[in-house]
Ligand binder design. Sequence first.
Ligand code: COS
Length: 394
Amino acid sequence: MLDRPATGRSMDAETFAAFKDQIRRFVRERLVPAEPEVMELGQLPDWVLAEMREMGLFGLTVPTEYGGLGLSLTEYIETITEIAWAAPAFRAVLSINTGMICTALRNAGTDEQKREWLPKLAAGAIGAFGLTEPDSGSDSAGLRTRAAKDGDHYVLNGTKRYITNGPIADMVLVMARTSAENLPKNAHVSAFLVPTDTPGLTRAKPDKKMGQVGALTGDIVLEDVRVPASALLGGEEGRGFKTAMMALDTGRFSVGSSAIGYSRRILESALRYATERKAFGETIANFQLIQAMLADSKVELYAAESMLADALRRAEDGLPFSTEASCVKLFATEACGRIADRAVQIYGGAGYMAEYEVERFYRDVRVYRIYEGTTQIQQLVIAKNMLREFAAQG
Ligand code: COS
């Protein structure tokens, strides 16, 4: 059983550079032009999903023996950074498979579970990560969804909320309590691999949101959902919390790198506008107060990129990276919020108009600071790890 997602490069640097180049072209030539269609439909068009499947994007991190591309963590995150240049909906649909579910299966799944699920996910079956509930978000261990043992089955009851891909998922990794009492180390939490066509499981309609149009989220309701004991991830109760936290570590890199990818796009948009727009007889890029905003955004973007690169090096070296993943998530998403805010300011009145893209960017990025652990949760994780290490030093 792997302790962490795959590290070490899966291909030589030249091959990976060519792969990244192909992704970059796909993003600019296919995904960005598809954005108006996504906004109009409120979801990804089928042709986009088909092309993403065709390119193997749903199996980026699935090992090659299960039909995926077998990217290492660094390669995966670099790929996500490229995809995140386009509207967040494109990353959202595949990152649950490639980040959360695949990490959970690799870290905790039995061989049989890997054989069953990884090829399906690599082929484009859509996964959802069922942790959050109406009464537990940041307090993950306080979840109420119950998995009651019944012979060689479990019966699941509960509601999962704001679940990315919820309305379209083919399978969901459900975190549920296998003990009514809270146990030390949150060992009351177990994880289950549940196909969404299991009787009793309902996928609700997509939520209406501030931004990120096309990235579908919604409730998943479980009413007496019977699954065989073989659906218990790893075949052992009590490992769900740790599995979820480890998946979230990868997820936090993914959200941090998405914020970086989108920040690059936003800054480019601000640069373009500043060099085209004229005021007082010259382009506004000539004004030092505009330059100051552009420079501040560049500094913050560069700092986020550098932090991500350093944290990934740690992970590649096999060192623990929970603290660093939280640092990246916190800094990159907060910086992205400021970069989007400055972009709106540079656009001026136009920045407030839906006709211009920065209004959408501004709304889209707000949730980066919230999902996969709020900024405040990242602070808690960072401080907790730091204090623990300090205490261990005596
Ligand atoms: N990697 C591996 N194991 C981990 C881990 C990680 N990153 N984090 C926790 N664990 C395991 C450990 O076994 C740990 O026990 P030890 O600390 O003794 O080794 C155990 O889980 C309990 O961890 P912890 O004491 O940190 O649990 P808490 O209940 O105190 O967790 C926070 C508190 C707030 C940090 C946690 O609930 C959390 O991250 N919440 C946010 C969840 C979230 O991001 N939700 C958003 C949406 S999810 S898509």
